[in-house]
Design a protein around this ligand. Structure first.
Ligand code: ZN
Length: 429
């Protein structure tokens, strides 16, 4: 049986670590009969549904959600925080409250260790700061890492959503693998030497820390909203078709998919925007969990993606899925986000492709469903999930290397081909 990590939180710990513990969202896990609430119903769209199990929906609810359900006459029950999840033993395997998973300080230390261990190949950059002043780190990996060479640039992002801990580990392990294996694996050497691969494993450090120390189900950043609630959904805060409608994001601050007061209102998404604007990425992956699916734009509307770059983007999704499955048979579906999952507006990938023409993917990591553990991957699954995703990542980097055309002139960054020229990718608007 799969071992699921569950961490007991004490009221004492919560109180001592939460600076704003007197000001809470009063989030409670509730459950109700799934048949009472079709997922497409307007009321369901606002809800942060954790899982459906044995005919019941489990929801992280706000007071407003509970009032809405009351008004609709839908009966619900309060659940203990980890209801529906198998009990687990001590999560002490890797030490620390979050076991083998990285907290913000653990990640920071590891990135600096990698830079020190591989000085010519790894360089830590600070892309910006979170609301609470934590650094948003980018690790650049390449030969001659201190130089801006004429090489294909690829970007891997992790943890826009706080509770999706596995999405920190996969990009971080990609970085470690590239660095540790360059001298012994000719394929890795090729990838490292012929690309500039950037790893940004933790876009939402404040949210991750909150998820570790206070509330495991936390999703958003830690913005103090005007209505007294907390958090903006960073993956609804990007600027392309931001706030197009209230299906793909919410204007309500309490919502789990609250889009913020304006595009890039949050320093975390603004840091990604500013960084990507300075580079010329040929491919981008943003890791999330869970679902085992590779999604590409558009998410904002059920309009087929077309135009320059769209065919390469679709082909790469299929290619990544195939490489991934070949590793140990894990099936990741793939497809256009708006047809495959649900509508989203203001997400990272619509913006990356819509504004910059970058083939961009949301990869929802394992497991496939809540019944297999949802957000709570066992520590023993971290490495297998990484290794199968490594196959997809290497394939993507290699394709970026293959299509890369060096600038015709002297190769300074400002003379590089500008991905933004491919605004024709906005097909279908
Ligand atoms: Zn996510």
């Amino acid at each position: 049986m799969k071992r699921i990590i569950v961490f007991a939180l004490t009221a004492c710990l919560t109180a001592s670590l939460a600076p704003d513990s007197g000001h809470t969202d009063d989030l409670r896990v509730i459950s109700l009969e799934a048949r009472l609430l079709p997922r497409e119903a307007p009321a369901a769209r606002e809800l942060d549904i954790l899982m459906e199990k044995d005919g019941r929906l489990y929801i992280v609810s706000t007071p407003r959600d509970r009032a809405t359900l009351d008004a609709l006459g839908i009966r619900f029950a309060f659940e203990p925080s980890y209801s529906g999840l198998p009990a687990a033993g001590p999560a002490a395997a890797g030490g620390g409250l979050n076991g083998d998973y990285h907290s913000y300080p653990e990640l920071e230390a590891e990135l600096l260790e990698l830079e020190a261990a591989y000085p010519g190949l790894a360089a830590v950059h600070i892309l910006g700061q979170s609301l609470e002043g934590r650094n948003i780190y980018g690790l650049k990996i390449s030969d001659n890492v201190g130089l801006d060479e004429d090489e294909a640039e690829v970007l891997f992002l992790g943890c826009h959503h706080a509770r999706e801990w596995i999405s920190v580990e996969v990009p971080l392990l990609i970085a470690r693998h590239l660095l540790e294996n360059r001298t012994v694996d000719s394929r890795v050497r090729d990838v490292v030497d012929r690309s500039e691969t950037w790893i940004v494993p933790l876009v939402n450090p404040d949210g991750l820390e909150y998820s570790i120390h206070v509330y495991r189900y936390w999703r958003k950043n830690r913005r103090a909203n005007d209505d007294g609630s907390f958090g903006v959904d960073l993956n609804r805060n990007y600027g392309y078709e931001w706030g197009r409608d209230n299906s793909g994001s919410s204007p309500l601050p309490q919502s789990a998919v609250y889009r913020g007061t304006a595009p890039f209102s949050e320093p975390e998404s603004a840091a990604v925007r500013d960084f990507v604007g300075l580079r010329s990425f040929l491919g981008l992956v943003s890791y999330h969990s869970y679902g085992q699916i590779i999604l590409y734009p558009w998410g904002y509307a059920r309009i087929p993606v077309e135009g320059e770059g769209a065919e390469r983007m679709k082909a790469l999704a299929e290619g990544m899925s195939g490489r991934l499955e070949a590793y140990r048979g894990t099936r990741y579906a793939f497809g256009q986000a708006s047809y495959s999952l649900y509508l989203t507006n203001g997400d990272t990938t619509d913006w990356a492709f819509g504004d910059h023409g970058i083939p961009a993917y949301t990869i929802e990591l394992s497991p496939v469903s809540d019944q297999d553990g949802g957000f709570f991957n066992a520590e023993t699954e971290i490495l297998p999930i990484f290794y199968e995703n490594l196959e997809a990542a290497l394939y993507l980097i290699e394709d970026c290397i293959a299509v890369y055309v060096p600038p015709a002139t002297d190769g300074r960054a400002e003379n590089r081909p500008d991905n933004r020229a491919s605004g024709g990718a906005r097909g279908g608007r």
